[in-house]
Design a protein around this ligand. Structure first.
Ligand SMILES: CC(C)(COP(=O)(O)OP(=O)(O)OC[C@H]1O[C@@H](n2cnc3c(N)ncnc32)[C@H](O)[C@@H]1OP(=O)(O)O)[C@@H](O)C(=O)NCCC(=O)NCCS
Length: 178
C-alpha cells in the first residue's frame, strides 16, 4: 500500500446526487477547479433529462461527485472531482468503475470527456483507467485560451465464448485498460 493511503479501498457509498447535496458538492467544486461551475451551472445541467449526478459518500459526508450525460452509444462526463483530502485512495477508480458497469448494462460502449491540457493529474488518472486521448480541441474553453483533450474509454467487443455478459464485460474492460 502506498504511504498516505487511508485504506486499499474505502468503503464508500455511491448514489444519485440530490438537491441537498449541493452545498458540499459546491465546496468540492470550488476547491478543485480554478474555473469552477456555479450552482446554476449544476442545476441547469441536472434539469436536462439525459443528465445524471452522482455522489460518493463516506460516513454521511460527500467526498466526491460526477455529472454525466447519456448519449446514444456513450456516456459523457461533464464534471468530476474528489475532495482533495481523499484523493489517491481509489475513489475516482470506484466512480469510473460505476460508469463502466453502466455501459454494459445499458448497451453503450464508450465514455468520453474533455480535460484541460494543463490538468496533467486528471490526464494521468484517466490514462490509468484505460482512457485514450483521441483529439485535441483547440481553444475549447471560454475562460482561457488553453486547448482540451478529448479522452475516450472504449468497451471492447466481448468474445462470444465467455458465458456471462458481466464476466465478458469485465474481461474486455480489463483488456482495454491494460
Ligand atoms: C482526477 C481525480 C478525480 C482522481 O480521483 P482520485 O480519487 O484521486 O483517483 P484515484 O485515487 O482513484 O487514482 C487512481 C490512479 O490514477 C492515477 N492518478 C490519480 N491522480 C494522479 C495524480 N495526481 N498524478 C498521477 N497519477 C494519478 C494513479 O495511477 C492512481 O493510482 P495510485 O494512487 O495507486 O498511484 C482527482 O484527482 C480530482 O478530483 N482532481 C481535481 C478535479 C479534476 O481534475 N477532475 C477531472 C476533470 S476532467
Amino acid at each position: 500500500m502506498r504511504a498516505g493511503k487511508l485504506s486499499e479501498q474505502l468503503d464508500v457509498q455511491i448514489r444519485w446526487l440530490i438537491r441537498r447535496d449541493m452545498p458540499e458538492v459546491l465546496d468540492i467544486e470550488r476547491s478543485s477547479f480554478e474555473h469552477s461551475w456555479t450552482e446554476e451551472d449544476f442545476l441547469s445541467s441536472l434539469r436536462q433529462r439525459h443528465c445524471i449526478g452522482m455522489v460518493v459518500e463516506l460516513n454521511e459526508e460527500i467526498i466526491g461527485f460526477m455529472i454525466y450525460e447519456l448519449h446514444k452509444i456513450s456516456l459523457r462526463v461533464l464534471n468530476f472531482a474528489v475532495a482533495e483530502q481523499y484523493r489517491r485512495n481509489g475513489i475516482g477508480v470506484q466512480m469510473i468503475q460505476k460508469l463502466v458497469d453502466k455501459l454494459s448494462q445499458q448497451r453503450r460502449s464508450e465514455i468520453e470527456l474533455t480535460v484541460r491540457e494543463t490538468n496533467l493529474s486528471a490526464q494521468l488518472f484517466f490514462q490509468s483507467q484505460g482512457f485514450k486521448a483521441v483529439q485535441v480541441l483547440r481553444s475549447h474553453y471560454h475562460d482561457t485560451d488553453e486547448d482540451a483533450y478529448l479522452m475516450r474509454y472504449q468497451l471492447m467487443e466481448a468474445p462470444d465464448w465467455l458465458p456471462f455478459e458481466g464476466v465478458r464485460n469485465r474481461l474486455t474492460a480489463y483488456k482495454d485498460a491494460a
